[in-house]
Design a protein around this ligand. Structure first.
Ligand code: SAM
Length: 248
């Protein structure tokens, strides 16, 4: 996958490729990152990309011309759809990540200051995405969040191809709890089922836990999801077990 990033802080976004799964993806040439700095498209010697807002008020606004020139070059080089990172965009979720990971190229646009001239957004941006209902200082960290999330879905990056598919949200549920050695930690044992080696029992235990944790922590996810007969049964069992623990 090719990702072209339009940002006035390319060095910041570049660090996403120095660690973990993104680094592996770059090393295996599964991912390619390219950077386009709008300052390189400025006509003045000060390389200014911002100016005061029409109508007055605080802060500065990113100007359309250098951004448009950078985006057009990025789009021409990679042929990707342009994703604008913005707190006003649609909240990023796992389904969107999976959809975008299937694209061969994307252009990510990171804003700064009070935001970007609306005419640029209207003309050049195909989709706006937000990383949550809060505001950070620039689109670089949101772009890095999106890149890490995308990379997990690129074939050949994760050790186990199934890993991203069993993560929280992929099946509309939170992940189940994980355990590893030692078998006993500060008096607490690993659940017996996980030590038993019965694959069907382990699968049912994990699904029961995933359903239960989702019911406890994110009931909104369950409201959006139709449960199978087995899932309804396992969730009932989880609730019963919880009631048992509370009364014992
Ligand atoms: N005035 C804007 C508003 O209230 O909607 C916020 C501008 S913010 C300080 C500057 C840039 O940071 C934005 O153009 C965007 O690229 C990025 N940004 C900030 N919060 C974000 C979020 N939650 N998701 C995605 N991008 C964000």
């Amino acid at each position: 996958m090719r990702i072209d990033i339009v940002s006035i802080f390319p060095m910041l976004v570049r660090t996403v490729g120095d660690f973990g799964v993104a680094r592996i993806a770059l090393e295996r040439s599964i991912l390619e990152l390219n950077f386009w700095d709008p300052r390189d498209y400025c006509e003045d010697n000060y390389r200014r990309v911002d100016d005061r807002p029409y109508g007055g008020g605080p802060g500065m606004v990113m100007q359309a011309p250098p951004l448009a020139a950078a985006i057009r070059d990025a789009r021409q080089a990679g042929q990707g759809r342009v994703i604008g990172l913005s707190p006003q965009g649609r909240p990023l979720d796992q389904a969107t990540v999976e959809r975008l990971a299937a694209e061969s190229a994307l252009v990510l646009l990171a804003g700064r200051y009070e935001g970007i001239d609306q005419r640029l957004l209207d003309a050049e941006v195909d989709e706006e995405l937000s990383i949550g209902d809060y505001v950070v200082a620039g689109g670089e960290l949101p772009a890095m969040v999106l890149i890490e999330a995308l990379v997990r879905f690129l074939p050949g990056v994760l050790g186990n191809e199934e890993s991203a598919k069993t993560d929280s949200f992929s099946a509309g549920l939170l992940d189940w709890p994980h355990y590893t050695r030692p078998e006993k930690f500060e008096g607490k044992k690993v659940p017996q089922t996980l030590l038993g080696g019965n694959h069907n029992e382990i699968r049912r235990w994990r699904l029961r836990q995933a359903l239960g944790q989702t019911w406890l922590r994110r009931p909104d996810l369950l409201e959006k999801r139709q449960l199978s007969e087995e899932e309804s049964l396992l969730l009932d069992e989880f609730k019963e077990q919880l009631k048992g623990q509370e009364t014992s």
